[in-house]
Design a protein around this ligand. Sequence first.
Ligand code: GUN
Length: 292
Amino acid sequence: MILINGKETATQLKKEIAKQVEDRIAAGKRQPHLVAILVGNNGASMTYVANKEKACAQVGFKSSVLTYEATISEDELIQEIQKLNQDPTVDGFIVQLPLPKHINEQRVIESIDPRKDVDGFHSVNVGNMTLGLPCFVSATPHGIMELLEAYQIDTKGKHCVILGRSNIVGRPMANLLSQKTYPGNCTVTVCHSLTPNIKEITLMADIIIAAIGVPEFLKADMVREGAVVIDVGITRIPADNEKGYRIVGDVAFDEVAPKCSYITPVPGGVGPMTIISLMKNTLRAAELNDTK
Ligand code: GUN
């Protein structure tokens, strides 16, 4: 069994991005600039944005955070986004989600210029992704594709079973892995909460992507010997330790791992890779901006 080390892979990829940024600057080009919009004071969102700023500093990007009160109106927020769309010094930007309840998230996302939508949430990017056209792929699917590639996991002709049909993980993963690319060329099955015979299906899988949001859902008796298991779950469960909680994935790791050829741990698997996607997308957005 090989443990897929997302933390180590992310560190390596960050070094490669930092080198590309150095080369850009040596060639007289601008430092890529990522802006994050933070609305209100959701603790988790503040932590995520701080981590994104830290990653930007590590790879040599400029980063800025624009913060707004939770009372900002949808129209005011969209006006701020339009300013960023027009600003040539901003290569890419993200609107940290969730937004306050009175704001329609999809309308806000649709107001972002798709060429600056480094989260890959705009319908133009999602649509281009499904067609296999150039686009920004969102963080988790992109991170999983990078991990499969980093570990040179054979995907061609393999049966990949995806647990979960969310717009942010399950469905884009199904799309990407069925494309005529590497990683890809898989036969894909998507299971969800209304699939009656999940165990029968997972037992036929060469690759399982667990993104169903149920802690330790995937048990050993659902996994075939030699399968590749990618765990996207992150749930905090109460624990008798200093923090008072521990993080568990959608896979019952201790019992499943011995059966696997490759498996991602939680934490330290898919999680650290998600920020790499944002960095890679921002670097590409800067390259697009160079040619505008
Ligand atoms: N909230 C949780 N994850 C994400 C993400 O990847 N992007 C944004 N914008 N908000 C999030």
